[in-house]
Design a protein around this ligand. Structure first.
Ligand SMILES: [Zn+2]
Length: 83
């Protein structure tokens, strides 16, 4: 499941804004999701990801931000009707 919040922590507190982008690293044709981020924290996340790459915590691939598509109402209704 995709968490419903931005994964950035600001001075010890988790950001409560809904995420607007999925952050992933592209490495040798594979894509690894590293987190979710809201509009306000895209730059912060980019810096964080770069420092994680420098310290070897994540692969040194291209950092990619993909806009999260809004949930389609019909789709949600269909899922509920499956019960
Ligand atoms: Zn945020």
């Amino acid at each position: 499941m995709v968490p419903e919040r931005c994964s950035i922590m600001v001075s010890g507190k988790v950001c409560i804004q809904p995420p607007s982008h999925v952050v992933s690293v592209l490495f040798e044709k594979e894509e690894y999701m590293i987190g979710l981020v809201c509009n306000d924290h895209i730059l912060l996340m980019k810096r964080k990801a770069i420092s994680m790459q420098k310290s070897g915590k994540i692969n040194k691939g291209k950092i990619r931000f993909q806009k999260i598509k809004p949930v389609v109402t019909d789709c949600v209704l269909n899922l509920k009707n499956m019960d």
